[in-house]
Write a protein that binds this ligand. Structure first.
Ligand SMILES: [Zn+2]
Length: 312
């Protein structure tokens, strides 16, 4: 069984009508889900809100308090000028994290080993700051929650968003039990400017991280050529659960990036990761929507993820 989270509250995480990360993204996704009839094949999860102590498993108390304060009036920035505060941003971001955590519960208890949370995978936020439209790093919170609450240490994180998942990478750069694989647009051409091939982890965690930067305009041929290395890397890491950031901004026609994948990349990655999850992780996989600013692309890519999870 597959659970997919949907609800208007997830749309509250958005930075205004004309912003690439607008509130309409969730509806663009769901309209396509209805059109394809996938809503009838999945269990629809109701978004839920997390607590402050969920957030501080990953983030500093100081940063969580700052977001809470700025959320009251919705003025100012949560970082150095990329990520504006808006009224209610604290609650909106807490619904994203809460939905992930609810999904994690259902995955751990075996009710639905495969879960998709569309407006999640906010992979740029660091422990003490927002970054690149990302307020709370829900993937980082999932990893810390797995350790602190469920005693699960060995986590695979796979990221096919056009942007490098720097917030996850640097938070766990020294952690040998986070098996990290990220294929993204080369940092010389795109924010955040990181994710070099030589960034493979540090200290005890050396060689537990894989970064694959691609040149602008790279398409499915580049993705499918690179994919077996990711798969082999994750398999060798023998994870207990897989977290998958399925950002749709790596698809051709995104307004703010320059990769040229098709949704087949997302479909294939999901299918293969589900198979690895079945082999090593008792089926446990949580997919997060990530970026994607061309509405049609995100609708097709995220529904391809769901289809692949359903085994269609
Ligand atoms: Zn992105």
């Amino acid at each position: 069984m597959v659970r997919v989270y949907f609800g208007d509250v997830l749309g509250n995480y958005g930075f205004g009508q004309d912003h690439p990360f607008g509130s309409d993204r969730i509806h663009a996704f769901w309209t396509e889900t209805l059109k394809q009839g996938l809503d009838k094949k999945v269990d629809i999860g109701i978004p839920s809100i997390c607590t402050k102590s969920d957030l501080t498993r990953f983030h500093t108390q100081h940063y969580v308090d700052k977001v809470y304060q700025l959320s009251k009036n919705g003025e100012g920035y949560l970082d150095n000028g990329d990520t504006p505060a808006f009224k209610g941003v604290f609650e909106a971001a807490s619904y994203v994290v809460g939905s992930d955590l609810d999904g994690l519960n259902t995955v751990i208890h075996g009710d639905h080993p495969r879960v998709f949370v569309p407006i999640a995978g906010l992979h740029h936020a660091s422990r003490n700051s927002a970054a690149g439209f990302c307020v709370f790093n829900d993937a980082g919170i999932l990893i810390e929650t797995l350790r602190q609450k469920f005693g699960i240490k060995r986590v695979a994180y796979v990221d096919i968003d056009a942007h490098h998942g720097d917030g996850v990478y640097y938070a766990f750069e020294n952690d040998p039990d986070v098996i990290f694989a990220d294929i993204h647009e080369d940092g010389r051409y795109l924010y955040p400017g990181t994710g070099w091939k030589h960034e493979t982890g540090k200290g005890l965690a050396l060689d537990t991280k894989l970064n694959i930067p691609l040149l602008p305009d790279s398409g499915d041929d580049s993705f499918f050529r690179a994919w077996p290395e990711i798969e082999e890397f994750i398999r060798a890491g023998k994870p207990e659960i897989i977290l998958f950031q399925a950002g749709a901004d790596s698809i051709k026609g995104d307004p703010i990036t320059h990769l040229s994948f098709s949704p087949n990349a997302h479909r294939h990655a999901t299918k293969r990761l589900c198979s690895i999850a079945d082999e090593f992780c008792q089926g446990r996989i949580i997919a997060m929507g990530g970026g994607g600013y061309n509405r049609n692309n995100l609708a097709l890519a995220w529904n391809a993820v769901i289809e692949a999870m359903l085994g269609v």
